[in-house]
Design a protein around this ligand. Structure first.
Ligand code: M6R
Length: 615
């Protein structure tokens, strides 16, 4: 998704902006641009395609390292309004060319504002919603004619509906720029005689660790020496900066060819870091969560709401919470939940799952559930993200920064958090006793070793992928938790390898989809549930009879299914209830190697963004 970086200080600004933008590349983008002040003029350079195209343009114009250019804003765009093109790239200029704007988010009333501006005689150079903002700032700036760019931005955002993170640069103010946000993340970075904005911390982490997270409807005025932050009412806000403790190296590849591979190898540590701090004296302790027996017993249901991989983690959550706690759990994808008038009461616990904590559909769904009186428990990876700040309770996953667009270690840690929650609730309400809890916790502690063992089989998966990467369509089938896992496995494969794939419950294929199975169709079958293995064997025979080639992913307890598989990946022995957290890893490796063989960009798949901050 779009990225923003801004800098004001005494160094050459353009290398800082390009460095910041390239650290946001993983979020996905299709064009990049910068605006800066040079000789009292706002200048912009913007290019469709990769940041290197922009860099090349800056080099050719002799601008890149010019020291006297020390204030600017930069942007990577992921197209929403208008195709990727130089014209639609940000920054956008006001009609008089003296104000430049970068914007993340969507201005929902832009057509109405555009009509208003067209009536005033403004002409538009792009198809974007953002250009409206540039003209509107100019309109308010001239209308009041007081030279107050902060006030002009404040008046502008009062006109906007939708979401925005904004950076605004004005030629009349060569030593300051303005930032504002609503429903789209933006942070302020405090440097030594310089200051920054960024839509995501990694963009500026190599320059500063002192970060202030902007809240919705706040505006900031940045100069080299100070940042003044105002709330929606124009009152000055004092907020202590966070000290970011993770290293910028945590957001770098560390010797791996791709972030995705690095992040899969971080799964054991991520699960360990998520589980261990919560275990004390054979019990589970969540610092900011008080779900005691009375609170759990009064729940009429649990709703889990999330998108993509996080929603798939939620489906595993449903299976295990219902199994252990006998409380009804419903899972919704956030974009549906919000608009389908779901039944939510003050007896509903809504569990929101999000790696980034900024996914707009998920954030909006959370607000809707809250509005209807539900308690919100968020399982989030990014500390200080919007979802984490607005939820009633938070369980942080401790996955560290996840850069590859394809989510891997975040999923394992979301599962780890859900398991801890399910065990804790089941124990509180007496569905499992202390001995059973302790037995589960012992197994949780062992999970990182099992994932490690699974990762050590990556060469078998690599070889298998080398044989099958030309497949046109791949099915995943499983029963019970293996079905939940199959959905995630299928998403991972299609999002990075672009191979069509679907996941089905083992027993469901024969109700229609089996018509698609033909000679050589690859069907991947995770089997970790011994009580269901005979049923799976029958389902496999059904597809084999139509020519399918079977890749089985088997625990030793399901080994008898090997006889119906063409190729087997062996998993270590794992409690069936905990199996998805271990069995997902080979499916991620499979997606990875299929993609590498096809020669596609593993970390930055086409059309996708890491953090989806538009609806
Ligand atoms: O940051 P979130 O967990 O809220 O993101 C949700 C989805 O956009 C995300 O999981 C997406 O499906 C991934 N690309 C999947 O790998």
């Amino acid at each position: 998704m779009c990225g923003i970086v801004g800098y004001v200080g005494h160094d050459a600004v353009l290398p800082v902006l390009l460095d910041g933008l390239s650290r946001l590349e993983y979020r996905g983008y299709d064009s990049a641009g910068v605006a800066f002040i040079d000789q009292e003029q706002v200048k912009i350079r913007k290019k469709k395609g990769r940041i290197k195209n922009l860099e090349q343009a800056l080099i050719e114009d002799g601008l890149l390292n010019r020291l006297e250019i020390h204030i600017g804003i930069g942007h990577t765009r992921w197209a929403t309004h208008g195709a990727p093109s130089d014209e639609n790239s940000h920054p956008h200029l006001s009609a008089d060319g003296r104000i430049a704007v970068v914007h993340n988010g969507i201005i929902e009333n832009y057509l109405e504002l555009k009509r208003f501006l067209l009536d005033l005689g403004y002409e538009f150079q792009s198809e974007t919603d953002t250009e409206v903002v540039a003209h509107l700032v100019e309109h308010h700036y001239h209308e009041h004619n007081d030279g107050d760019i902060l006030a002009a931005v404040r008046r502008t955002i009062a006109d906007l509906e939708g979401s925005y993170a904004l950076g605004v640069l004005c030629a009349d103010h060569p030593n300051q720029f303005i930032a504002a946000r609503k429903d789209s993340p933006l942070v302020l970075g405090l440097g030594e005689s310089c200051n920054y904005i960024a839509s995501d911390i990694p963009a500026i982490l190599s320059h500063t660790r002192r970060i202030v997270i902007m809240e919705d409807r706040e505006i900031a005025q940045l100069t080299a020496d100070a940042i003044i932050l105002y709330d929606a009412l124009g009152q000055i806000v004092t907020r202590e900066p966070l000290l970011v403790t993770w290293d910028s190296e945590a957001a770098e590849k560390g010797g791996y060819e791709h972030f995705m591979m690095k992040e899969m190898h971080e799964e054991p540590k991520a699960v360990r870091d998520t589980v261990m701090p919560r275990l004390r004296e054979n019990r589970i302790r969540f610092d900011s969560l008080n779900l005691d027996r009375a609170a759990i017993n009064q729940l009429d249901r649990i709703r889990i709401v999330a998108c993509g991989t996080a929603a798939h983690a939620g489906i595993v959550g449903k299976y295990i919470i219902e199994e252990l706690c006998r409380i009804p759990v419903e899972v919704d994808v956030a974009s549906e939940f919000r608009y389908r008038n779901p039944i939510v009461t003050d007896k509903t616990l809504t569990i929101i799952i999000s790696q980034s904590g900024e996914t707009l559909d998920t954030l909006a769904a959370m607000r809707e559930a809250k509005r209807q009186g539900s308690q919100i428990l968020a399982i989030v990876n990014v500390v200080g993200s919007s979802i984490a700040r607005e939820a009633d309770h938070v369980i942080y996953t401790v996955a560290g920064p996840e850069i590859a667009v394809a989510s891997t270690k975040a999923y394992n840690t979301q599962l780890a958090a859900l398991y801890l929650l399910a065990f804790q609730m089941a124990f509180e309400i007496g569905k499992i006793d202390a001995k059973q809890l302790e037995a589960y916790l012992t197994k949780m502690v062992d999970l990182p070793n099992l994932i490690e063992e699974t990762l050590s089989h990556q060469d078998i998966i690599q070889r298998f992928a080398a044989e099958h990467f030309n497949a046109h369509s791949i099915f995943f089938i499983g029963r019970g938790l293996d079905f939940a896992l199959s959905m995630e496995a299928s998403l991972k494969l299609k999002e990075i390898s672009y191979i069509h794939s679907e996941a089905y419950a083992g027993g469901e294929l024969k109700h229609g989809t089996i018509a698609l199975i033909e000679e050589g169709t690859l069907v991947v079958c995770p089997m970790t549930q011994p009580q269901l293995v005979d049923k799976m064997i029958s389902n496999i025979r059904e597809v084999k009879a139509r020519g399918a080639v079977i890749l089985g992913i088997l625990t030793p307890e399901c080994a008898k299914a090997a006889e119906v598989c063409d190729q087997v990946i062996e998993l270590p022995s794992v409690d069936p209830l905990l199996a998805p957290i271990v069995a997902v890893t080979p499916t991620q490796l499979f997606a990875y190697y299929m993609t590498v063989n096809k020669g596609f960009d593993v970390d930055k798949p086409r059309n996708l963004a890491k953090s989806v901050t538009v609806e």
